[in-house]
Every structure is written in C-alpha cells, then in structure tokens.
Write a protein that binds this ligand. Structure first.
Ligand code: SAM
Length: 280
C-alpha cells in the first residue's frame, strides 16, 4: 500500500505516546492510513476548504484530510495525551493544522475557520449525535458548513437515512433530511478499529441544502419531532398532548390525522405541524 505521508505509522505513534484507548472517551482508533485517506475523499474536494475535525485522537483521519489536500484543518480533541502526536503532524504540515485542546461541545470553532468549511469526524456516539443535531438546527440557514462527513454506528447511520414507515425513522431522519442530503458512503467492519467495537460502523456524508426542503422554525421542528418520537407507539394526539391543549385541532390543521403515529408522518407534514405550532 502507498504511504500517504512521511510520518510514522499510527501503531508506532500509539505505542510511543502510550495512547491506550479510553472507553470513557469513546476511543476506537483507525490505524490504516489508506482507510483514513479514503474516508477523507468522501468529504468532497478539500483543496481550498478549511476542515473542522472533531476528536482527531492520534491523528489518522487528520493525516488523511491533510494528505487529500485540505487547505487547513482545525482539530478539537478532549484527550490531552493526543496533543503531542498531533503537534508532530502540525510540524509536517506547517501552517495547516491547528489543534484546540477541549470539549467540542463547549468550544466555538467558528472564529478559527474561514469558509468554505467542511466537517469530518469519527466521534463517540453520544457526542456525535449531539453535535449533529446542533449542526442541523441553527436558527439561520445555510449553516457555516458545506458538508459533514461523519462516522457513526451503522444503526445510527440507518436512523439518519430512514424513511417514514420504518422502525429506524425518527428525529435524526427528519432533522437530517429537512436541510441536507444524507447518504451512507462507506461501511466499516469492527476490525478496522483498535480496539474493535461490538458493532459495524458507517460513514454518512451530508451536503447542506441551500434552502431547507420545507419552511419551519428549527427549534419548533426539533421540539415537535423529539416529543412525537419520544412515545412513538402512541397516537399523535396523545404523544403530543404536552405541546398544546388543542393538539387535535393543530394536527388536523397541519393535515395530519390525530390517530396517526409519529413513524407514519412525512417530513413535509412534520414541517407543516411545526408551522401550525409556531402560530400563537
Ligand atoms: N479520529 C480518530 C480516529 O479516527 O482514529 C479517533 C476517533 S475516536 C472514535 C474519538 C475521539 O474523540 C477520541 O480521540 C476522543 O478522545 C475524542 N473525543 C471524545 N469526546 C470528545 C469531545 N467531547 N470533544 C472532543 N473530542 C472528543
């Protein structure tokens, strides 16, 4: 296999910096640089783009992004043990890698980035979904990012791309498909990671739409779908009771039968309901 850069192999980096994986930080590292370069290619044309990477760890994906021509990478990492290996990468790519030591849920990266901006990350599940929802629900659209290329557990990737009527359909599908075009672009077996997780993983690529598919307020839509799917087996008139005393009338006004269940409701109908709910 071709070498993507002149830095040491990741297995050596991990050994030399004593980076035993920490479960509490959701650490499953990718050590095959040809694979990380392949993931980086799924992020689209990187030349001329700044890339925000969350959770670079020892830097496998970071090296892939830089080798694939990213103009600059801003990497936010919570584990201080990873700072030394990341500094070595920054030395090999002068002026192209900035590392912020901290929690991505608390750091505002925007001051450090220049558009066009793409996002790429292999993140632990809980942080990944929390960040995804934030990136999909800013009050103003289009967002700061042009695309997101994110690794998830395969099951989460299926929830993001699910269609109405399926068990996987829920809040992540509605929010993702409302304002972007999510596609599963790669699947990875557990053995691709060290240590190997119990489940398969998948990379999802989202391109931001210029305009959301249907008009709705992001906060209201998020609230409506979160409440509806929280009790997905119940009829909507009961699942959404807490949102409004006249929920049956509002559902009807949005063209939704009050006896339907959340998983039968289309994205368009959820947006209509969010608009009706936003009326005082
Ligand atoms: N990107 C590396 C790779 O592909 O090998 C590491 C992936 S590992 C699944 C997740 C990384 O996210 C770890 O390096 C972990 O320390 C980091 N991390 C976990 N929670 C974080 C948070 N809240 N903010 C920033 N980084 C975080």
């Amino acid at each position: 296999m071709a070498q993507i850069d002149s830095l040491p192999p990741l297995s050596e980096v991990i050994r030399d910096h004593h980076l035993s994986a920490k479960k509490s930080l959701g650490q499953n590292f990718l050590l095959d640089l040809n694979l990380t370069a392949k993931i980086a290619r799924q992020a689209g044309h990187l030349t001329g783009c700044d890339v925000l990477e969350v959770g670079p760890g020892p830097g496998g994906l970071t090296r892939g992004l830089l080798a694939e021509g990213a103009r600059r990478v801003l990497a936010i990492e919570k584990d201080p043990r990873c700072l030394a290996p990341l500094a070595q990468i920054a030395e090999a790519y002068p002026g192209q890698l900035e590392v912020i030591s901290g929690d991505a849920l608390e750091v505002d990266p925007l001051a450090h980035l220049t558009p066009p901006i793409r996002v790429a990350a292999n993140l632990p599940y809980n942080v990944g979904t929390e960040l995804l929802v934030r990136w999909l629900t800013p009050a103003v659209w289009p967002p700061f990012w042009q695309s997101l290329t994110l690794m998830f557990q395969r099951e989460v990737a299926e929830r993001i791309t699910a269609q109405p009527g399926s068990k996987a359909y829920g809040r992540l599908a509605v929010l993702s498909q409302w304002r972007s075009t999510p596609r599963i672009v790669m699947e990875l077996a557990p053995e691709a990671f060290v240590p190997a997780p119990k489940v398969r993983s998948a990379v999802v690529h989202f391109e931001a739409l210029e305009v959301p598919r249907f008009d709705a307020d992001a906060q209201m839509l998020n609230r409506v779908v979160a409440t509806a799917f929280n009790q997905r087996r119940k009829m909507l008139r009961s699942a959404l009771k807490s949102l409004s005393p006249d929920i049956e009338d509002r559902l009807t006004a949005a063209g939704i039968s009050p006896t339907q269940r959340a998983e039968q409701v289309s994205l368009e109908a959820f947006c209509a309901l969010a608009r009706v709910m936003a009326q005082s």
